[in-house]
Every structure is written in C-alpha cells, then in structure tokens.
Design a protein around this ligand. Sequence first.
Ligand SMILES: C[S@@+](CC[C@H](N)C(=O)[O-])C[C@H]1O[C@@H](n2cnc3c(N)ncnc32)[C@H](O)[C@@H]1O
Length: 282
Amino acid sequence: MPSPVWIQKLLPFPRLLWPSLLLGMGIYHFVMTILEALFLDRQPAKVFNLTYVRYKAFARMWKKNGAAMSQEMPGPLDALVGKCRGLILDVGPGSGELLKRFNPEGITAIYGAEPAGDLHEGLLKNARTAGFGEKYHALLCGGEPESLIPALHKSGLLGSSGEGAIAEDGVFDEICCLRVLCGVPRPRETIKGLYTLLKPGGRMVICEHVVNPWRTEGSMAARVMQFVYAAMGWSFFLGGCEMQRDTREYLQDAGEWETFQLQYVQPKNVVPYVVGELIKKR
Ligand SMILES: C[S@@+](CC[C@H](N)C(=O)[O-])C[C@H]1O[C@@H](n2cnc3c(N)ncnc32)[C@H](O)[C@@H]1O
C-alpha cells in the first residue's frame, strides 16, 4: 500500500489516525464502483460479485490517487531501483507510477505481473514515458505461482518446466516487490516462488509495509491500531491489502540469501515499511 507521507503533509492528523483517511478513500471508491455498476453500466448482477467489486474499486482508487501516493517513497528506494540491471520481474506494478525511478539503460527487459487489467493502459503509458519502449511487457497475472508461471510460460520466458505452475530455477536477474506483497495470496508460498525465479546472485528489491515491530523498534499503540484497522475492514476495502503481514520473516525464510539488508522506515507508524535489497546465494 501507498506511502503515508503525502497524507501526513496534507493534514495535521495524529500519527495513529492517518490510515483512517486511506480507509475512507477505499470505502468511497467501493461505493462508487457499486453505483457505477448499477446506474452507468446498468449491470446490477456485477454488484453481487464481491471479488469483482473489491478489485475494481481498488483499481479505481489507484487510477485516481496512485500518482499522488507515489510522489515520495520511503527510505533509499530511489537508489535501489536506480541500479536495477538485466532481466527484471516487477510484481504488481500497478499503473507504473514508480517506473520513472528506474534507469532503462542497463535494463534488458521488464516483465510487469499486474492482475488488474484496468491499470494496464496507464502502466504501458508510464513505461513509454520512462523510456522503456518495447522493453516493457505487461502480463495480466498475479505474483502467485499458479498465475505467474503460466503467464511467463506463455510469454516465452520459461521452457517446458513452466507448465503446470512449476517454476524454472533462476530466470530473472532482479525481482522488484514494491508495495505489493501485502496483497498477494498465500504470501509465504508466493515469495518462495519468486525466490525460485531469481537467478543465483540475483537481487530482490523490497519496499513493503509490514506488521509493526512493537517488540523491538516499533510501537505497541501502532500495533494495537493495526488490529483496529483490520477489524474496520482495511483489507476488504483496500483490494486485499493486509496490514499485519510479517513479510520480512517470509522473505527471510524463502531461501538462502547472500545479503539480507532490510531496514525499517517509520517503525513507530501504523503502516511501517521495510525497504532494502536481498541477494540470492550463488
Ligand atoms: C498498492 S499498488 C502498488 C503498485 C506499484 N507496485 C507501486 O508501488 O506503485 C498494489 C498493486 O498490486 C497489484 N496486485 C494485487 N494483487 C496482486 C497479486 N496477487 N499479484 C501481483 N500484484 C497484485 C494491484 O493490482 C496493484 O496494482
């Protein structure tokens, strides 16, 4: 999910309450998506497909606010993505708001695994603007193996072992997970699948919000508020985004790493981030 920085600047809200603004936005777009299905598309049956409504509503929100939510990113992210090289997998690139932070020169190709079809037009537009041209390939799939592997196979990146959602070892030089692992299904398994797709010595760039580390550098009040927002429907109204994921641990357990450098950014916030890079063991 998005960086809180722009919202924090906008309103002098108490630190623990600012996520309620995002939640409010999520609820607004959920309601608007239902109204559009009923009165614009005149397809009331769509309203009963809650999964459709939830993901459509999130894409609607991201289309309207993604750029503003990407103006300032946490920690050393610019430096980390600026040195991306070779063949890249970008998991959940959304509308590509972060692509301008990459340097297309050393990049052979980027494959963006984005399941929200509504965001693809903006994604390809931003890829062109960022100078990627033909190097950018948008895949209509998620980062979970059963969705990603067949899509990579279809695109010609995987050989016969790509069939049946079995990943081929070591395909990508780098994999970027930027504000996406909070929403992927079965995160432990999905992250292991991504680890497999990384070449030995390959790099994973991470910028993810996680469960508040209240036992160490975090805050107990912020951890309690994570329960409160979860109970208020955070995940339901924000496209499946989970506030309380221990993504750091899932990454650590995914396999053997030569380098595991992740730093907490704003650890006392309700939405603290881990940002950094991991190098797969050679
Ligand atoms: C908060 S947005 C972040 C977009 C982009 N990474 C960024 O930071 O600007 C999360 C994105 O993840 C996508 N997403 C949701 N479920 C996903 C999944 N299972 N696999 C990959 N991406 C997913 C959403 O459609 C959305 O575009």
